[in-house]
Design a protein around this ligand. Structure first.
Ligand SMILES: O=C(O)CCC(=O)C(=O)O
Length: 254
């Protein structure tokens, strides 16, 4: 993840309806397969529909995990409980100049883990109930486990995240990243690494998604090896959004 290494350049509203319904727009060369049901252990999550998004080296699965009432409740709790970085951790150095990060960030996770953020070795804050609730729901529907979460809060459509890959050394090799969104629906773009820059070698079509309130996007291996992702500026969006990316990171070597 570039932001952890501080190398990157700085670069509607919630779904209505009580039941999960909005499967998010997908454009580009994402192949739409028929929706299918998956089995899961959490009984109240029965009936999820998944969209499978595939391209060259890209494998993602998208669903709306929480209905509106539950997503609203979780969003409210996140807004009350999450403590975001301030001071030096809310700033980034690009080509020798300091800039404010164009969003707020926080990290939570298992005791004893460490990770590198803005060139510093940090420990995540201990889990809080609302994060455990979301983490355990994802584990219930995917069978995957996570020990760390990065939280990004976008106060409105001016807040954004530039193109990057989540490829930091701490990530367990081959593990998926589970991205859960609450609040304003935002566009989310994947760009193939060979299609970046003015003199790119290939043109692989950009994959565009919309991440709805209560949605889950599973970014499976090897997506982050071949594709960069971003959440671009959308000035018309006035409402906040909170995104949680659950990860499995390797225990710190003693
Ligand atoms: O807010 C989002 O959906 C994107 C967050 C992201 O790119 C990341 O955590 O790596």
């Amino acid at each position: 993840m570039d932001r952890f290494l501080v190398k990157r350049k700085l670069g509607d509203l919630m779904g209505k309806g009580e039941e999960p319904a909005n499967l998010g727009g997908v454009t580009g060369n994402a192949r739409k397969k028929p929706r299918r049901e998956i089995s899961r252990s959490a009984g109240h999550l029965a009936g999820l529909s998944w969209r499978h998004i595939r391209s060259k080296g890209l494998s993602c699965d998208y669903t709306v995990l929480f209905g509106k009432a539950e997503a609203d409740e979780i969003f409210r709790e996140l807004e009350e409980e999450v403590e975001y970085f301030t001071g030096a951790l809310a700033r980034v150095q690009v080509f020798g100049k300091w800039h404010s990060v164009p969003r707020k960030q926080a990290t939570y996770g298992d005791t004893g883990l460490t990770y590198t953020f803005s060139g510093l070795t940090l420990t995540p804050k201990p889990w809080i109930p609302v994060l455990e609730r979301v983490r355990d729901c994802i584990s219930g529907v995917t069978g995957q486990t996570f020990n760390f979460v990065l939280i990004n809060r976008y106060k409105d459509g001016r807040d954004h995240i530039g193109e990057h890959r989540d490829d930091e050394r701490e990530l367990a090799p081959g593990s998926p990243i589970a991205s859960v969104s609450f609040g304003a629906c935002r566009d989310f773009l994947f760009r193939h690494k060979s299609s970046r820059g003015k003199s790119h070698q290939q043109t692989v079509e950009v994959v565009r998604l919309q991440l709805a309130h209560g949605s889950l996007l599973m970014m499976n291996h090897p997506t982050n090896t071949h594709w960069y992702h971003s959440l671009p500026i959308r000035k018309k969006i006035l409402a906040p959004r909170v995104n949680l990316t659950f990860r499995k990171i390797l225990p710190t070597k003693k």
